[in-house]
Design a protein around this ligand. Structure first.
Ligand code: PRX
Length: 638
């Protein structure tokens, strides 16, 4: 990398070999963004070409109107001619002694077709929603692709989410089929996933449960309802024609934390998402035929959908998925995986980087990372120390470090400097992808200039992969994204500013969403979960800074009955794990007598947060119960 002032640029050699290395692309895309995306769309296979690139009826819009496409034809069939015997998917199991499974493009194609045929036999039709509650094993990729092949809408639920979280998603989508596994490995232990799945399907419309045998743990199979994956696919033909899908047909629904207790189902469609996943994977990660791409994200999150499944396949690359934790059983397991498979592109979250850093460089001894070409980060702001460590120790100061900004809603990366162009700057996520119009707005929608922090918004024509709806909730769609600045401006809910070079730095959320280890949680959903405990009258959750996880939740609860602090902590933790999952485990729980409130009864979370930041608490006289603050302060300090 070449350093100029505080900016980094790719080396001449890197530049020469990159797909995109001329910054004229930005001007070209800006002149006609719709045509820009249409040109990219033309690189894919369509059953029928679209007749209009972009149509806008605020707050709704469409891309590639009347086009017919199937994402799997592009991800699989299209690669068969040139890459039939090339590895598409490499699976690294958690147990060190277990053998990896590798699928060539042809093998993956066949497995997807077999499972697609099995789904058809189970009665799954175009438009039906299919729940997928699987760990990071090859079958999760096969299941998603099989759904897409036959036009079913996949609804992937993170395998570490609780049965209750699964239940909410199955109820909302009315899925009739659930695909799950007996269990999976986590830190050497087998997690009984089937038990959770059985709980999660209660009071839903699920009629059939397909179970992958993964961990061989004993599970109860209900006759007539539960079927083993392996037995189902055995008999199926490996040929299944892809169903032509309208550009605007649903491809998948993925739930994410909303501003209230209930998660919202982000709806992604076939045409726009495919183009976006393809273009961003190819240009941003500069994927070529000899690349081995590893994104550490679980497919339960959007990063897993777009870059641990669709993006690399659409680019004809080889990609790795990993069942376990990157730091288990040894802190350098992730480094072993990179070297074992010759990973060229490594994509992870700042939390993981901080964790690697915490273990120390002694674990990097003996790891050369010779094959790496690009390293990248996602999910939360990356602080300067973590950026520099990642760049120095893993990037060896010669590889582009891409800080990629995007959201479940956007379907693919929207802001990051391109590796063959740059520039890269610590803490700055970079330039918007060509063709995108971002602005930073202040009070009353005033456009802000360099170094002024405001709300980050996206202007028409947006990006093809942006969500089209909140599933079955048009009000929420309108209110969350298209109300703050009107129906023509997409509000990201993030705070950001630009430097004088136009590089964007995303500072954090403008709403009550927390990013805990890169995972999205809201104070609202955590509070709703805690409030289900009948002993608790009131609660408030706030996110505070955390050295490793970026942010961590802290809960304050008021209990109806007198209980020990330990007992209350136990109950709150239990409740959060039951309703959401282990990712919602709070860093600390405080049992208090009263929460600070305004006279109209609104809980002042801002004040609670300040107790941890050391900031001035400000004027408390407007509170209805100002004495509560001093009391809470005492408890926190203790
Ligand atoms: O606040 C931003 C933060 O993560 C939010 C989106 O979270 P989620 O839907 O879970 O998707 C995460 C993975 C794409 C954003 O609104 N965020 C994401 N990437 C970055 C980021 N914040 C700062 N820098 C990033 N690179």
């Amino acid at each position: 990398m070449i350093k100029k002032g505080n900016l980094y640029y790719p080396s001449e050699e890197f530049k020469k070999n990159a797909w995109i290395n001329n910054k004229a692309i930005y001007k070209k895309a800006e002149r006609n963004p719709v045509k820009f995306w249409e040109d990219l769309a033309k690189e894919l296979v369509w059953f029928k070409k679209w007749n209009k690139g972009f149509v806008h009826k605020p707050p709704y819009f469409q891309w590639f109107v009347n086009g017919k496409i199937n994402i799997t034809q592009n991800a699989l069939d299209r690669n068969l001619e040139k890459r039939k015997d090339k590895p598409a998917l490499i699976w690294e199991p958690e147990p060190i002694k277990e053998k990896a499974r590798v699928f060539t493009y042809n093998e993956l194609f066949k497995e997807v077709n077999k499972f697609a045929n099995a789904l058809k036999k189970l009665g799954v039709k175009k438009g039906d929603r299919v729940g997928i509650y699987l760990p990071m094993i090859p079958e999760v990729i096969i299941a998603m692709l099989a759904c897409a092949r036959i036009g079913a809408v996949h609804v992937v639920v993170f395998s570490a989410f609780s049965s209750r979280a699964l239940n909410i998603r199955l109820q909302d989508t009315k899925a009739k089929i659930l695909i799950t596994a007996d269990g999976y490995y986590r830190k050497g232990k087998v997690i009984d996933l089937k038990k959770n799945a059985d709980q999660g399907i209660k009071k839903t419309e699920v009629k059939k449960v397909v179970v992958v045998k993964r961990a061989n743990n004993p599970v109860k199979m209900k006759m007539g309802r539960d079927l083993w994956w392996q037995e189902l696919v055995e008999k199926e033909s490996d040929k299944c024609e892809p169903v032509p899908m309208d550009s605007e047909d649903l491809l998948f629904i993925l739930y994410t934390s909303g501003s209230t207790g209930k998660p919202k189902g982000c709806v992604h469609t076939c045409g726009g998402y495919t183009v976006q996943a393809y273009a961003t994977a190819k240009w941003i990660f500069d994927l070529k035929d000899d690349d081995v791409f590893w994104s550490t994200a679980d497919v339960g999150w959007i990063t897993g959908h777009t870059y641990s499944c669709y993006g690399p396949l659409l680019s004809g690359a080889t990609f790795v998925i990993f069942e376990g934790l990157p730091v288990w059983p040894e802190p350098d397991r992730w480094a072993d995986v990179i070297e074992k498979y010759g990973v060229t592109t490594f994509y992870t979250a700042p939390t993981a980087v901080r964790m690697f850093e915490k273990y120390g460089v002694k674990f990097l001894k003996g790891h050369k990372f010779d094959t790496l070409q690009i390293i990248a980060s996602v999910g939360e702001p990356i602080d300067e120390a973590a950026w520099k460590w990642y760049f120095r120790e893993i990037g060896k100061t010669k590889r582009p470090l891409l800080d990629t900004w995007w959201q479940t809603e956007t379907g693919g990366i929207l802001i990051t400097s391109l590796p063959g162009i740059g520039p890269f700057k610590p803490c700055f996520t970079g330039l918007p992808f060509p063709g995108l119009k971002f602005e930073i707005l202040g009070e009353k929608g005033k456009k802000l200039g360099p170094n002024k922090e405001g709300n980050l918004v996206l202007l028409p024509p947006f990006n093809p992969g942006l969500l089209r709806a909140v599933y079955k909730n048009p009000k929420k769609y309108l209110k969350t994204y298209w109300t703050d600045y009107g129906k023509r401006i997409y509000f990201t809910s993030d705070r950001a500013y630009r430097d004088k070079n136009g590089l964007i730095r995303v500072v954090g959320r403008a709403d009550d969403v927390m990013k805990v280890a890169g995972h999205r949680l809201t104070t609202g959903e955590m509070e709703s979960a805690i409030a289900l405990d009948k002993d608790i009258i009131e609660c408030a959750v706030v996110g505070i800074d955390d050295e490793i996880k970026g942010q961590a939740p802290i809960a304050f609860v008021v209990s109806k009955v007198k209980k020990s602090q330990d007992q209350i902590i136990k109950q709150v933790v239990f409740q959060l794990r039951k309703e959401i999952g282990p990712i919602a485990t709070p860093k600390q729980v405080y049992s208090v007598k009263d929460l600070p409130k305004t006279r109209s009864g609104k809980i002042m979370r801002r004040i609670l947060r300040k107790l941890f930041t050391g900031e001035e608490l400000g004027d408390l006289s407007t509170l209805a119960n100002s004495g509560s603050v001093a009391e809470i302060k005492k408890i926190v300090e203790k």
